[in-house]
Design a protein around this ligand. Structure first.
Ligand code: ADP
Ligand code: MG
Length: 324
């Protein structure tokens, strides 16, 4: 018999912000729509489990490979139809992934008889500062590889910043500014209050800058872990969960003396970061996002683990827990 879960309108049940990493979203060997749907369906069984035990979930997700492919499609078809700038591509990726996520999660909730819970993805804009120092030093590679002469031509014609990427050729690099404000925050809160699982700040959100009373998209990329921490703070979440490929964070990662960590105190985060244990651009932003969230208010919890272990980790059985 299927039991209809009561909707807990406006209740104070645990709010958990869950950030999904790339491998929860795509089959990188064959990134077809069918495969994206299948991978996301498998991922959503774990998320439905969280909801079925009574957590209020807000999902966030990365978009690196997907927005890269959208950019490539735009580039390849530019003689046929005008290519869209990077902020628009980011919004497209939120729609493309959000569509499959909301379809898969709703289906899985229906299978479990939790039919009162809605699921909805939100095109989310995140305000950044035009004076963010990241704009003086763009670091995030996007899009296809070019030869040196092609790269120089793009620098001249479009004003792109092009950098050599680990021996594979030249790529455009864009800035990764800090998230300041989530534009659709009130909408996210309203949906949560109506017991709707929200998918927000996909790919870190579409970066926008304020121009008087209006907003303007910028060609930049916000780190999805920082955007997730900002969102978790702003909706007063209890827990921030960052899901990635590893079950735990390690010291001396990938080395002979590698040591998996069950907990990381805020002080240890600072010490181990200074000692270089967390790789820039991969584990470091996750650890930094978690510590910022835990530091922001007493009682807030953060955790880094893999998707398949998320339920165990939230019961305290695995994962790396960032504690004050
Ligand atoms: P995602 O795409 O999920 O956001 P990334 O691939 O950017 O994640 O970062 C997670 C990866 O960081 C892990 O899969 C692991 O390979 C790597 N990594 C770097 N340093 C560490 C560390 N100290 N402990 C664990 N994993 C680490
Ligand atoms: Mg990755």
């Amino acid at each position: 018999m299927k039991v209809e879960k009561q909707s807990n309108k406006g209740s104070t049940e645990q709010i958990v912000v869950v950030a999904l990493g790339g491998n929860a979203l795509e089959n990188s060997d064959s990134p077809t729509a069918d495969n994206q749907k299948k991978v996301i369906e498998a991922s959503m069984t774990h998320i439905a489990e969280l909801i079925s035990v009574g957590m209020k979930v807000v999902l966030t997700h990365g978009n690196g490979p997907q927005v890269g492919r959208i950019g490539l499609q735009n580039e390849a078809a530019k003689e046929i139809t005008p290519p869209m700038p990077f902020d628009v591509c980011g919004a497209m990726s939120q729609g493309m992934l959000g569509y499959h996520i909301q379809q898969a999660l709703k289906g899985e909730l229906n299978n479990r008889g939790i039919v009162s819970s809605g699921v909805s993805s939100l095109v989310t804009q995140v305000v950044v500062s035009p004076h963010d120092e990241a704009f003086n030093n763009p670091t995030k590679p996007i899009g296809p590889f070019y030869t040196k002469s092609e790269a120089e031509a793009l620098e001249r014609s479009k004003g792109y910043v092009m950098k050599e990427d680990s021996g594979r050729g030249f790529r455009r690099v864009i800035a990764s500014p800090k998230p300041l404000e989530i534009v659709e925050l009130a909408t996210i809160k309203a949906l949560l209050n109506e017991n709707i699982t929200v998918i927000a700040v996909g790919g870190g959100g579409v970066p926008v800058i304020k121009k008087g009373t209006t907003l303007d998209g910028v060609e930049a990329v916000i780190d999805k872990d920082f955007a997730s921490a900002k969102l978790a703070e702003n909706i007063d979440a209890h827990t921030l969960v960052i899901l990635t490929e590893v079950e735990k964070v390690a010291l001396n990662f990938g080395k002979e003396n590698q040591k998996w960590l069950n907990t990381l105190t805020l002080q240890e985060v600072d010490e181990y970061t200074a000692q270089g244990h967390f790789a820039k651009g991969s584990m470091l932003p996750k650890v930094e996002a978690c510590s910022a969230f835990v530091r922001s208010k007493k009682g807030r919890k953060a955790l880094i683990t893999s998707l398949s272990k998320v339920n165990e980790a939230l019961r305290g059985e695995t994962g790396t827990h960032i504690v004050s």
